[in-house]
Structures are given as C-alpha cells and as structure tokens.
Design a protein around this ligand. Sequence first.
Ligand code: G3P
Ligand code: CA
Length: 239
Amino acid sequence: MSEFLKIAHRGYSHILPENTIPAFLKAAECGADMIEFDVHLTKDGHAVVIHDNDVDRTSNGSGNVKDLTLRELKKFDFNFLKIHGLGILSIPTLEEVIDAVPDNVLLNIELKNCPHKYYGIEEIVITILKKKNSLNRAIISSFDHFALEKAKELANDVKTGMLYEGGWIFFQDEVRHLGAYSIHPAIDTIDIDQLKWAREHGLRVFPWVAKSTKEIIFLKHNNIADGVMVNDLTLFNNI
Ligand code: G3P
Ligand code: CA
C-alpha cells in the first residue's frame, strides 16, 4: 500500500471501459491501492456498477437502470470503447466486483442517489459488504449526505466519504455531523485550509479527479491529501 493512495477512478478508465471488471483488474495489476466506482439499483433491487442513471452512453442498450431488471441489463454489452479482444462485457453487480478485485485493493463505493433516489440502497450495499467480509476495505461515498448518515446508522463501523464540490460555509459542521472517515472534494474547487483542517482532525482527503502529474505533485507538496483519484494511473509514474 502506497503512503499516498493511487485511486483508479471507475477502474483504469483511461484505457478500458469504465466501471467494468477488466477496468478494475487492470487497475489492480497496475498498482492501484483503491478503486472508485458507482452503484445504482436495478428495478428488481440489485446493486449494479455503472456511472450514469441510464445505460445509453456506456452500452449498446437503452433505458434507465431503475426501470430495468438485472436480467434485462445483463443482455447489454458495456464494451462501449470497442476494445478488441475484450469481447462482450456485461454490467457488473456489486458482488461480482467485490469477488473479482484482489483483497488488498480498497473499494470506494459511490452511491448514486441523485436525481433518482434509490430507497434502501444503503442497506443493500452494507448487507453485501458484510456478507463478503469487505466492510473493512470499503469507503461508502456519496454526494447525498443523507445516504452517508443512513449508512452510519445502519453500521456504525462503516467508513463514509463526504463527496462534494464548491464552497461550503458550514463545512466543519457537516463533516462532524456525518462522522465521516474521509472527504472527497472536486479537485478544481479545493479549499486548502479546509483540507488542512480535515487532515489535522484525522480525516483522510481523497480529491477527484487529477488530470495531470502536476496536480498530484501540488497535492503532495502542500501535504493536503492522502491520495487522489485518476483515470490514468501513469500520472503517478516518476513522482
Ligand atoms: O467519487 C468521485 C467522483 O467519481 C464523483 O463524480 O461524476 O465521476 O461520479 P463522478
Ligand atoms: Ca463516481
């Protein structure tokens, strides 16, 4: 495990179709300490890994995840980058991702709860993490801070990551209220003093998404982050 965590955003999404098993395995193979991915619920209540509310951009199918059953979703091909040799890629369930990713790789599970609210998503995800003995290697993150609050109510030992962007007047109150393990600010809108305060108070800081090595060096040099999410893991080379 690196001191400054290399976090693969949607897996190794720079070179492979985002949020697919090959993207996660490639990230692990290339030294990612943590993978970030997004979770939605299907019509029949399964936790699936996909970024958008609908499947249109990343598959050959069409429709909202919430309106499709897992069986229907599994018929679509998510090799939307048409990478030769990968064949047909089906949407992974959360359980399939946990099973596939090596145990030493941490999981940053983003609950997508906006604009569509998935009632019960917190309980479904926590139940899966417990069943798979993976609660201790996971952070549940979300822009929906009510979901983070709910997750802590359901499992006090779950690590939650406060996702946000832009300025926050009551930032410290929000962090304290949530009992968050980490904060996940948008890299373009970081407030250095807030990040320093968070680290001084024992929180981990994982900004998203660095697009250049220069940005990573900036975070390290100013001692304001514990790692950073990237699409391209080669940005960590030689720093
Ligand atoms: O988890 C950080 C980041 O992934 C949030 O934005 O749109 O890429 O899910 P998005
Ligand atoms: Ca995400």
